[in-house]
Design a protein around this ligand. Sequence first.
Ligand code: GLP
Length: 261
Amino acid sequence: MAEIVVVESKRAAGELVAASVRRLIEAKADTVLGLATGSTPLPIYAALAESFRSNPIDVSRLRGFALDEYVGLPPGHPESYRAVIDRDVVAALGLTPNNIHVPNGDLATLEGAGAAYERAIEAAGGIDLQILGIGRTGHLGFNEPGSSFASRTRVKTLAPKSRADNARFFPTPDDVPRHCITQGLGTIRRARHLVLLAFGADKAAAIAAAVEGPVTASQPGSAIQLHEHVTVVLDEAAAAQLANLDYYRYIWANKPAWQGI
Ligand code: GLP
């Protein structure tokens, strides 16, 4: 079962996960992080930046792989996930740019980009900790409902709901790309530790389906139930539709501190 942690704020969520990431880096300087974009993981990156500032640590060997990228945006487009990762993660945390990878959404070289990304993750020894958000459709990365639990990095078509949700980042809704390249659910499931965050009432149904619903490709988030080490960090609003919430609170309240997440 996933471990469910309900926190009082996004900041507290960020600090909890950042502490865990920091412990990983202290134990293994070339830790491989799975990076997510979207608004959800920002408190983690902010807490990590603060942690590295107040108590410096060598992060020059830290490696990272982003979950996904839009297909066909011109290079350097400010809303490409490459640009977002460069800005919010690489620059903000002082990481080594060449160590941080994003799937290649360039139309000219799209064929083979998924397989190349899989090879790069494998060559790095796999992902130690994968940060995840969840879409209102239940998507992880951009694995929309119907995605195979065995899928690997490949091109997908964005669901209309996901395009609408991401329209806020583009001049007009029509400017949101229709295609993306995303790590598959099979890729995500190979990471050694999954940390899924969600905030706000909009995410409550997707979280309940992921944590307690049937395991089904119709709810990509439910793939977490097949993984042996998952931490789900939620605010009260995102946790509100969990049937066994009291039980999860009881487990967390009684967890020995030495266990970490
Ligand atoms: C995005 C990303 C996902 C993300 C999700 C939720 O479009 N492709 O990786 O988890 O949708 O986004 P947000 O965190 O902004 O709610």
